[in-house]
Design a protein around this ligand. Structure first.
Ligand code: G4P
Length: 564
C-alpha cells in the first residue's frame, strides 16, 4: 500500500558483543524501522481504554477482551497512590504498553484522559512519534481533544483519526470530517467509509482496496476478534447484501469523496497536515483491525519521523527522561525514570553518561511493561521506552548517552496556573517536607518556589492542573509521613523576569507577588490578566517569560498563541 514492506525480524540475533559493526548497524536499522511509538489523544469517555484493549486483542497480546481493567485494578492495589486513582476512577499517571503487530513492535503510550491534567500528559506526547485521535461519533471534537491536538500540532506530529462508537447514532460522517477541518484546521482523508450507523452499522468500505468489509460480532460481545467478510465493491453480490438503497447511497458517497475530497498524500500525513480517518466501534471491534493494519503501514518509524536532533540509527545509545514516577511499591522510595530511546540499543545494566552531570551510570532496568504475561526483552531500540531504576539520579529532560554526548532540546514546559502556600502541621518534620518537595518537583508533579526572606518555611507550590495539589498532599503524607495543608494563593500567572526590578515594590502591590524558583531565579505572580497587562505597560524595560529563561514553553513555541 503506502509504505514499503518491512524486512523480516531477525530469528535469534546473535549477542551484540559477538557481532561485527556492520551487522550491529544493520540490526539497529532493522529494529528501528519496525518501531511504531504513539499515544492516543481523546476526551474522557470517547473509548480510549476500550480501544487500547482491542488493539492488544488484535496484537494477540491478550486473548479475551475485558481483562485490562481488572489487571489494572489488581496492579493499582499495591500502592496507596494508585488506590487514590482507583477511588477516583481515573488514571493520573501515564504508562506504556508494548505489543507486536505484523512485523512491527508497537509502543503505546497511555496519556491520562481525565479533564484536569498535568504537564505529564504533554511530556508523554513529547516521547511519541505519532498520535491517534479518538473521537466519539456523537460528540465530534471535544475540548480536551482539542487541547491535546494543539500540543501534537506544535511538534507536527502525524495524527491518525479513529471515529468511534459507530454502533450508536451520531453525527453524519461528512459532518465529522468538516468539524475536524474547521475546528483543528487539519485536512482529512477518510481511509474507509462507514456503511450504516447505530444498530445498522454493517461494515466499512476500504477506499484503497475498493472492498467492502462486512463485520459480524454475533454473540461475542466484542470479547474476541470480529468475523469479517471481504467483498469487492464491483462484485455482483454486493447490492443484494447491502440492499439496493444502502448500496446506492454508498456509491454516491464514494463518488463524492473521490471528487470533492483531498487526495491522499503520505508526506502530508507525516507532516501532520493531513489526517487519515477511520470509522469503527471499539466496543464491537468493528473496524479495529483495518485501522491497525493501515496504521502500522503508514505511521512513521522513529527513523522516518526524525522528531529529535539525534539520528535514530546512530549506533551509540541515547535517550531522554520524559517522565519520573514514584515506584508502585510504597515500602521503597525508589522511582522509575521513563526513558525514550532516541538511538542505538539499550541492554540491561549497560553504562551511559548522564549528560547534565557528566557522570557514568549503570542503567538498571526495574520494570517491564506488561501487555502480555511474558517478560519484555532485555534489550530495546530507538522508539522504545524503558523504565530505569532511579534512586534520585534523574531529572525530567535529562539526556543519557553512551559514546559521544549529544545535546537535545529541552522538553517544553507549561507555566503553572495554580499556586498554594504549603503549611506544615508538625514543624519537626520540615526536613522531610523539603526532601519530599524537592523529589516531587524533580518528578514534575509540581513546581516549588520560595517566598522572599522565608527560605524553606515559605514554600509555594505551583501546578498546571489543580488535581496535582491533591496528589501532592496525598504523596507527602503517605510517602514522606508529612501532613500539610495547602493555602490557595489567588494568582493566575507566573512570569520569570529578565531585567532589574524593585522586588519590594512588587511585593507591596496587592496584585503581584515575588517568588524565587529552585535555581533562585526571580518570578512574579500576577493576580489576573489586568495585572499582567498593567505591569507590562508600566515596565517596558522588563521581559516577562512564562518559563525559565532558555526553556521553551508550550505557550510560546512557534510564535503561536495556543490559548493555554
Ligand atoms: P475512556 O477510556 O476514553 O474514558 O473511555 P472508555 O473506554 O472507558 O469508554 C467509555 C464508555 O464508552 C464505556 O461505557 C465504554 O463501554 C463505552 N464505549 C467505548 N467504545 C464504545 C463503542 O465503540 N461503542 C459504544 N456503544 N460504547 C463504547 P461505560 O458504560 O461508561 O462503561 P462500561 O460499563 O461499559 O465499562
Amino acid at each position: 500500500m503506502f509504505a514499503r514492506r518491512l524486512p523480516d525480524p531477525p530469528l535469534n540475533p546473535p549477542p551484540f558483543e559477538m557481532t561485527d559493526p556492520t551487522v550491529r548497524q544493520r540490526e539497529i536499522e532493522r529494529e528501528v524501522e519496525r518501531r511504531r511509538t504513539f499515544a492516543i489523544i481523546s476526551h474522557p469517555d470517547a473509548g480510549k481504554t476500550t480501544l487500547t484493549e482491542k488493539l492488544l486483542l488484535y496484537g494477540n497480546a491478550i486473548h479475551l477482551a475485558g481483562s485490562v481493567k481488572s489487571r489494572r485494578a489488581a496492579k493499582h492495589a499495591v500502592s496507596d497512590w494508585m488506590e487514590m486513582e482507583k477511588d477516583r476512577g481515573i488514571s493520573i499517571t501515564s504508562s506504556v504498553l508494548q505489543f507486536p503487530y505484523d512485523e512491527c513492535a508497537i509502543n503505546l503510550l497511555d496519556t491520562p484522559g481525565h479533564a484536569d491534567f498535568s504537564e505529564d500528559t504533554y511530556r508523554t506526547l513529547a516521547a511519541a512519534d505519532s498520535a491517534v485521535m479518538l473521537l466519539d461519533c456523537a460528540n465530534g471534537v471535544e475540548a480536551q481533544t482539542e487541547k491535546l491536538f494543539k500540543v501534537c500540532a506544535m511538534r507536527n506530529l502525524p495524527i491518525f483519526t479513529f471515529i468511534n462508537k459507530m454502533d450508536r447514532y451520531g453525527k453524519q460522517p461528512l459532518e465529522l470530517l468538516e468539524e475536524i477541518q474547521n475546528t483543528l484546521g487539519m485536512d482529512t482523508y477518510p481511509m474507509n467509509w462507514p456503511i450504516g450507523m447505530g444498530k445498522d452499522f454493517q461494515g466499512v468500505y476500504d477506499r484503497q482496496r475498493e472492498e467492502v468489509l462486512l463485520f459480524d460480532s454475533e454473540g461475542t460481545h466484542g470479547q474476541t476478534k470480529v468475523k469479517t467478510e471481504t467483498v469487492d465493491l464491483h462484485d455482483d453480490s454486493i447490492e443484494a447484501i447491502l440492499g439496493p438503497r444502502r448500496y446506492e447511497e454508498l456509491l454516491e458517497e464514494i463518488e463524492l469523496l473521490d471528487i470533492a475530497g483531498e487526495p491522499f498524500d503520505l508526506e502530508a500525513v507525516h507532516a501532520g497536515e493531513l489526517t487519515p480517518v477511520f470509522f469503527g466501534s471499539a466496543l464491537t471491534n468493528f473496524g479495529v483491525q483495518p485501522f491497525l493494519e493501515s496504521f502500522v503501514d503508514m505511521a512513521p518509524s522513529p527513523a522516518q519521523g526524525q522528531m529529535y536532533d539525534v539520528d535514530p540509527k546512530r549506533e551509540d545509545f541515547t535517550g531522554f527522561v520524559f517522565k519520573i514516577q514514584a515506584n508502585m511499591n510504597p515500602n521503597h522510595r525508589d522511582r522509575v525514570a521513563f526513558v525514550r530511546i532516541l538511538s542505538g540499543k539499550y541492554e540491561r545494566d549497560m553504562h551511559a553518561n548522564l549528560v547534565r552531570e557528566g557522570r557514568e551510570l549503570k542503567l538498571a532496568y526495574p520494570q517491564q511493561f506488561m501487555a502480555q504475561e511474558r517478560d519484555m526483552a532485555e534489550e530495546a531500540y530507538a522508539g522504545d521506552i524503558v523504565g530505569l531504576y532511579d534512586p534520585g539520579y534523574f531529572k525530567i529532560g535529562d539526556t543519557l548517552a553512551a559514546g559521544d554526548p549529544v545535546e537535545i532540546d529541552d522538553i517544553p514546559r507549561f507555566s503553572p496556573e495554580h499556586f498554594a502556600i504549603v503549611e506544615i502541621e508538625d514543624a519537626l518534620k520540615r526536613k522531610k517536607l523539603t526532601k519530599g518537595l524537592k523529589q516531587l518537583a524533580e518528578e514534575g508533579t509540581i513546581q516549588v518556589f520560595r517566598q522572599r526572606h522565608m527560605g524553606s518555611k515559605g514554600a509555594v507550590v505551583g501546578a498546571v492542573g489543580i488535581l496535582q495539589f491533591e496528589v501532592l498532599k496525598h504523596r507527602l503524607e503517605t510517602e514522606y509521613g508529612v501532613e500539610v495543608s495547602l493555602r490557595d494563593l489567588d494568582f493566575q500567572y507566573a512570569r520569570w523576569v529578565e531585567g532589574d526590578f524593585d522586588a519590594d515594590k512588587f511585593d507591596r502591590l496587592n496584585y503581584t507577588k515575588v517568588l524565587y524558583d529552585q535555581d533562585d531565579l526571580p518570578i512574579i505572580l500576577f493576580r489576573n490578566d489586568w495585572a499582567l497587562d498593567h505591569v507590562r505597560g508600566d515596565h517596558p524595560e522588563l521581559t516577562f517569560l512564562p518559563n525559565p529563561p532558555g526553556t521553551p514553553g508550550l505557550q510560546e513555541l512557534h510564535g503561536h498563541d495556543w490559548g493555554f
